[in-house]
Ligand binder design. Structure first.
Ligand code: CP
Length: 319
């Protein structure tokens, strides 16, 4: 099986097929319930997680497989000084597929290399402030289901664009689908990293603007992707406290937005989306959660080479 450190490890055609498979799985859960019988997923989570860990595990359980792993490095032998590579070379003996979340950028790449000789794929479940490819799969599925397409859209990304790994993965992937205008809304201290801007600049059909004020641009957006200010990546508590409340989406701001706009957020939120917004039809973040599970089911079965019973590639009936 193939590892997924970033979505660049999959072709655009493969990503489209995962979207198609997730749509099939959504309506054929009983048929796919034994797809991964006998398989074992190792979920190795060195950082807190609710959605990613539980959805990776649920995905494998709903496909008929089993799961092992740890949530919180304090209970694993890393607390005794074990390296990522040794942990992976150990776990690769126990599991058929590994999902890894780690606070350090590049950890997933080290894990992929450590697991390679075992033929066990590693899926990056978030590496520091770098990438979060399976969150992007959830994001793409949500945009696709709301708009029926992934291009010809104006997509605003708002908040912590420096440390928000989900933002980096999403921008890089949307550039591959093309024809997206990005509106990058952040304080000056939390702007989008250069390597991500380079990716947009290298894509002739895509463009971006960087702005500070959400209210000024909200009316132009098809998608508003809100993010949490990533407290755990700040060196300085004062900077975090100063920046965390820069953008709060509430009904008053939403009143300026298109009625068709979709509000996405990878979650968890702190206070950047007021709870009152949850009841607005534009709120798509709990749909995103469900899509995350369905896309991880599609990804796990695909990476393992386990075919979904009854699935016919790109069968438009399932859309
Ligand atoms: N979106 C996301 O990665 O959430 P968790 O940190 O809860 O896994």
């Amino acid at each position: 099986g193939r590892s997924v450190v970033s979505l660049d490890d999959l072709t655009v055609t493969e990503i489209r097929e995962l979207l198609d498979k997730a749509a099939y799985i959504a309506t054929h859960q009983r048929q796919v319930a034994h797809t991964c019988d006998g398989r074992v997923l190792a979920a190795l989570f060195y950082e807190p997680s609710t959605r990613t860990r539980l959805s990776f595990e649920t995905a494998m359980l709903r496909l008929g497989g089993k799961t092992i792993g740890f949530a919180g490095a304090q209970l694993a032998s890393v607390s005794k000084g074990e390296s990522i590579a040794d942990t992976i070379k150990t776990t690769a003996n126990y599991a058929d597929i590994i999902a890894l979340r780690h606070p350090k950028e590049g950890a997933a790449l080290i894990a992929k290399e450590a697991a390679a000789s075992y033929g066990v794929p590693v899926i990056n479940a978030g590496d520091g402030g770098h990438m979060h490819p399976t969150q992007t799969l959830a994001d793409l599925a949500t945009i696709q289901s709301r708009f029926g397409r992934l291009d010809q859209l104006t997509i605003g990304l708002c908040g912590d664009l420096t440390f928000g790994r989900t933002v980096h993965s999403l921008i890089e992937t949307l550039c591959r689908f093309g024809n997206v205008h990005f509106v990058l809304i952040s304080p000056e201290e939390l702007v989008t990293p250069r390597y991500v801007l380079d990716r947009i600049e290298a894509t002739p059909s895509c463009s971006y603007v960087e702005v500070r004020d959400l209210t000024q641009v909200i009316g132009d957006l098809d998608v508003l992707y809100m993010t949490r200010v990533q407290k755990e990546r700040f060196f300085n508590e004062d900077d975090y406290l100063r920046l965390r409340d820069t953008y709060i989406l509430d009904e008053q701001k939403l009143a300026q937005a298109k009625t068709s706009m979709a509000v996405l957020h990878p979650l968890p939120r702190v206070n950047e989306i007021a709870v009152e917004v949850d009841d607005d039809p534009r709120a798509a973040y709990f749909e995103q959660v469900r899509n995350g599970m369905l896309m991880r089911m599609a990804l796990e079965s695909s990476v393992l080479g386990d075919e979904l019973p009854g699935y016919v590639p790109a069968n438009k009936e399932y859309k």
